[in-house]
Ligand binder design. Structure first.
Ligand SMILES: C[S@@+](CC[C@H](N)C(=O)[O-])C[C@H]1O[C@@H](n2cnc3c(N)ncnc32)[C@H](O)[C@@H]1O
Length: 280
């Protein structure tokens, strides 16, 4: 008979801490989260120092600078948001969205299949069209393009060594991964963040690109009224070290520092990083 492997105490502690994070997420409210983070002042398209336009510019440049293209783009931990795939959807034949929570996957499905959403994404599509040198009225075409290339909205758990169910992706893996504000918001500590980064890397083919966006110096964010979700407070040195430890070559790192009026009481974030890296 096979002997049971005793799990070391530290591993059990880690599992318990991940379970506590999971329990927090059971009360996540997509509409409140969108309201907190994806409306002005954080999404003010008249201001170049607003967070959302900054992120959209980084994503646009990341795809256009080296003409990134391919078959499959996977967004890890999509949440209820679409902005992170608005540039990439023009360059990949298939886009896979994913989230741990059914309520977030349903929010995305509602937009994809019924055009219903807790947030009107029109200004976002319009802004990205302008970045691409298209007329702002092309937003509806872009929305149609995104709907046509999203093939799946899958359950994912970045704490599993195989985060997606087997067979979800081509055997060689995705050509590109995007992940925004997921890993640090679901990991109890830095080792767990780095492990989760390793897990999602298994979804990416060798030589593929990772576009990782995340919070700096953040210890919590509001996932619903009265719900503070703990976050690993990261600095840019730790982000670079985790990428290196997970087998990535860092190609670009951009940092955004929050202006005082973007601190709106829904988290204690001090900055945002945007990393573009290549799987060695
Ligand atoms: C801070 S939100 C980020 C959402 C979105 N990507 C964005 O840019 O705003 C974190 C997301 O991670 C998801 N999540 C929670 N636990 C997870 C896990 N174990 N694996 C993958 N995603 C998880 C949550 O459901 C939530 O949608």
């Amino acid at each position: 008979m096979e002997a049971h492997r005793e799990r070391p105490k530290t591993e059990l502690d880690e599992l318990k801490r991940i379970a506590v994070m999971e329990a927090c997420y059971q009360h996540f409210d997509p509409a409140a989260y969108l309201q907190y983070n994806y409306t002005p002042p954080r999404a003010d398209f008249e201001r170049s120092d607003s967070i959302v336009p900054w992120k959209l510019n980084c994503l646009h440049r990341a795809f256009t600078d080296d003409d990134l293209r391919g078959d499959v783009l996977v967004d890890v931990g999509s949440g209820p948001t679409l902005y992170q795939v608005m540039s990439g959807c023009e360059r990949f034949e298939r886009v896979v969205l994913s989230d741990f929570l059914e309520i977030n996957r349903r929010e995305l499905q509602n937009w994809l299949h019924e055009g219903k959403s807790s947030l009107d994404w029109t200004d976002y599509f319009t802004y990205v069209c302008e970045l691409e040198g298209r007329s702002s009225s092309a937003w509806a075409e872009k929305a149609a393009r995104l709907r046509s290339v999203v093939s799946d909205v899958l359950p994912i758990d970045v704490h599993q060594s195989c985060p997606l169910s087997p067979g979800s992706l081509p055997q060689c893996g995705a050509d590109c991964l995007v992940s925004s504000f997921c890993l640090e918001s679901v990991s109890p500590d830095l080792p767990s963040f780095t492990r989760a980064l390793g897990h999602i890397s298994s979804l990416l083919k060798k030589g593929g690109h990772l576009l990782l966006i995340g919070a700096l110096g953040e210890s919590f964010y509001m996932g619903a009224p009265g719900l503070c979700i703990p976050v690993v407070p990261l600095d840019e040195v730790q982000v670079c070290a985790s990428l290196k430890a997970s087998g990535y070559e860092l190609l670009q790192l951009c940092i955004y520092h929050l202006p005082p009026d973007m601190k709106v009481g829904v988290d204690d974030v001090t900055g945002v990083f945007f990393a573009k890296a290549k799987k060695a």
